[in-house]
Design a protein around this ligand. Structure first.
Ligand code: C5P
Length: 414
């Protein structure tokens, strides 16, 4: 649907620049035209020749050679595109974008543009966590810059943590999304990005997806869960300016932009990750945590030898309960989910008092509702003040509605 759209891709100097070559291919498959600016540092990681071979166009590197042939070269370059994408976006280029420094072709194009910008941060975990990078990111997001990633994982430098650039496929999907959003903005004349964000300065943790409890290295116990509702909530909270951490069990979903994603497998890992990121203002437990795990998972694959294996189960910690019962630094708002197949409201009300959380988002997951994995959901919000029924909505809209509701609640506290 973004057929014929033009992207100006800025490749700055990060180790993940090699992934940008894959990104160019992903965009070309989608019929999106790509022009590239390669920064001096970027050219240490990928060659101009490989970029030219993939884009089929000249690669733009030098501010002054551009201005020699055409006085407004860099301005045209940035205005001609429908979207500017910076991938990888290093801590350095992010800092320059915030400050408005224009000391090479890439940063000059970024300051000269009147188009949307999407950045895919990529850096070492300590650089990402540094207060200046975090403050730069917050400021850029408030200005309406779109962000995808970074993700958590092993890094080229040997460390582990947040800072990996998102995968080319996810970036290409995000580019498509932003190009379509831009189209909508022009058609409807709604500039949604200029709406004030309601959760700036707040920190939110969202758990999502299923957990996998190992039986042996090959087999596991799990629950049905696509993770979509939790991901949509995390995305919406981040769009409202909250520093958002999504602690996700295994899902097929791309990381929502601007959200720090911590991938986990088991309930114990999910609890440890929550503790790592607490304290927070808001915690939403949307994960379908397995109630039990295997007491002693086998180190090796259990062989079929004619006898049925006996699996001893033990109960997993209840993450929602533990967070709700915190006596020190308890979040202002702890929200749980109740996925029920019968007596929805009654069971959800019982869950609210048993877990000690503030709100329960109750949804009917009987097979006939098709809620699992679907785009839509039907939610009831249960709190001590009563029950509020929401109509059937997309999970995306539910995320947006609940973020606004959370912001209103927190405003009411002050
Ligand atoms: O007890 P039940 O699993 O029905 O409760 C559902 C709610 O509790 C959800 O919000 C879920 O994320 C949370 N939960 C949890 N840790 C568990 C079990 C459930 O956080 N071990």
């Amino acid at each position: 649907m973004s057929n014929g759209k033009k992207v100006l891709l800025i490749i700055s100097g990060g180790i993940s620049a090699y992934k940008s070559l894959e990104l160019i291919r992903e965009l070309k498959v989608r019929n999106i035209k790509v022009r590239c600016i390669l920064t001096t540092a970027g050219s240490q990681f990928v060659t101009p020749l490989s970029v030219e071979a993939l884009t089929g166009d000249k690669v733009y590197q030098d501010l002054f050679s551009l201005t020699e042939t055409n006085e407004m070269g860099h301005i045209e370059l940035s205005r001609d595109a429908d979207l500017i994408v910076v991938a990888p976006a290093t801590a350095n280029i992010i800092a320059k974008m915030r400050a408005g420094i224009a000391d090479d072709l890439a940063t000059t194009a970024l300051i000269a543009t009147d188009k949307s910008v999407l950045i895919a941060p990529s850096m070492n975990v300590k650089m990402w966590e540094h207060a200046s990078t975090q403050s730069n990111m917050m400021e850029l997001q408030q200005r309406g810059i779109n962000v995808i990633g970074p993700e958590t994982g092993d890094m080229a430098c040997g460390e582990y943590g947040v800072g990996r650039m998102s995968e080319p496929l996810s970036i290409a999907q995000k580019i498509n999304e932003v190009l379509l959003e831009n189209k909508g903005m022009l058609q409807n004349q709604i500039i949604t990005k200029t709406k004030p964000m309601k959760l700036v300065g707040r920190k939110a943790i969202v758990t999502s997806g299923p957990t996998k409890e190992a039986i042996d290295p090959v087999r596991y116990l799990t629950n049905h869960s696509s993770g979509r509702q939790g991901y949509a909530i995390a995305k919406a909270l981040s769009e409202q300016g909250a520093e958002t951490i999504l602690i996700s069990g295994p899902t097929q979903l791309p990381s929502p932009s601007g959200v720090t994603v911590k991938h986990v497998n088991s309930a114990l890992e999910m609890l440890a990750a929550c503790k790592e990121f607490l304290p927070a203002d808001i915690v939403i437990c949307a994960a379908a945590v397995a109630d039990w795990r295997i007491a002693n998972p086998n180190i090796n694959k259990i062989k079929k030898n004619g006898e049925l294996p006996v699996l001893e189960l033990i109960e997993n910690p209840d993450i929602l309960l533990q967070i709700s019962q915190l006596t020190k630094n308890r979040p202002y708002l702890v929200i749980g989910f109740a996925a029920e197949t019968q007596d929805l409201i009654k069971n959800a009300q019982a869950k609210l008092s048993k877990k000690g959380c503030d709100w329960i988002m109750a949804n009917d997951v009987s097979p006939e509702t098709g809620t699992f994995g679907s785009e839509k959901n039907t939610i009831h919000i249960i709190s001590k003040d009563g029950v509020e029924a929401w109509p059937t909505l997309t999970k995306e809209i539910i995320g947006q509605k609940i973020s606004i509701r959370i912001a209103e609640f927190l405003d009411g506290l002050s």
